[in-house]
Design a protein around this ligand. Sequence first.
Ligand code: SF4
Ligand code: SF4
Length: 463
Amino acid sequence: MSEAKGKSAVIKMYAAREEIYPREAKGRYATIRWACVWITQLVFYGLPWMNWNGRQAVLFDLEARKFHIFDLVLWPQDFIYLAALLIISAYLLFLVTAIAGRVWCGFACPQTVYTEIFLWIERRIEGARSARIRLDRQGWTVDKIVKKTSKHLAWGTVALWTGFTFVGYFAPIRSLMGAVLALSLGPWQWFWIGFYSLATYGNAGWLREQVCKYMCPYARFQSAMFDKDTLIVTYDRERGEPRGPQAGAKREGKGDCIDCSMCVQVCPTGIDIRKGLQYECIGCAACIDACNTVMDKIDLPRGLIRYSTDRALSQHWDARQIARRVARPRVLIYTALLAVIVVGFMFSLYSRTPLKLDVIRDRGSMGREVGDGMIENVYRLQIMNTAETAHRFTIQVAGIEGIALADGGVAELDAASTRAVPVRVQAARGAAHKGSNEIRFILTAEDDPSLRVTEKAVFIVPR
Ligand code: SF4
Ligand code: SF4
């Protein structure tokens, strides 16, 4: 509150949200966005139902601590691959943003995709933009109650199915469906289905552009990845101004913008791109589609609003000149780094042996004499068969002349399983020096000798 000449004035620090009713845009970019909606949602909803080698193709089994991704089985020890995947995704985002701005936000981000689906439902039930505005402003009638109830039921159904599908990536989805139908879900399953459903319903149905404007950190730091050659959605001020009704060919000295406000009406974040690039712009290109439709109608060339770059606008470049600036140092550095990480990741994944061996010495017993001048050490071998097939393994020990296992020597493991195998190892006292001696355990699959690992251990000879 401020006071001047005895009068007080209230300065509001909070601006109430103005409801946005985006008009439906039709055109090339709307088609691309819907293609992205279909592709991402077919993958998201369909993948957990796909089977592979007799089990769910993609299953992040937290209880068993195993991630199944088609033929690949990742264990907690393979966390490095998940970390590498996250690094690759981050670099890919940097690279794409440096070249094409916020295309991820405008076309493939889940917030955009689900808002698009929820808006589609809203339009089918409540009608086009003007009908929705009228409906919200009128009092509660039977028609309004029916429409609002139908919309929220449809939104709720999509949200619940989304929540269910999400949990289906972490628990076998067919059993999960059985448990849902029998109302016998566990508390955590109820919680996560409910949580993810509510998040979808709230974010896509109610919060919408507010998620992009106030909650998503990407909008805040993306400008650090932009430069004068980054593709952005731009309004060609030189061509469009001075704007006004019936501008263009019919009015001498006027620009091509007829101030129809179609570009503003289709904008899902409610901004006017004619004011220049704003952080609220998610790069969805709906305003390009809208303006191109207007230009077609008044018989002016398309592209008053278009994808361009700061530099291209100021220097009047065409598409070919813009394309030439793609291969600039920042992009080349991002690409090189990304290529190195991807190649390293692929090579490491390809050359990874689906077999792991950890040797744990029995700390309770040091080396001991067992008669006939033999020394014995006891170990526990933790064997991990990360392959999708069962194997029978031969266990050998080497490193000291005459060293051998006193028992066992074989271990059978099911597909994607672990097993602890206790072994006793013996060597003649005279074959090793007193104290610690380095030895090796060698594990070989009987049906596939190339499946083999070696692990070092210490054999102790008492003094
Ligand atoms: S849609 Fe095109 S012509 Fe209409 S106001 Fe926007 S920029 Fe101007
Ligand atoms: S200004 Fe255009 S590109 Fe940016 S969010 Fe609005 S409609 Fe999408």
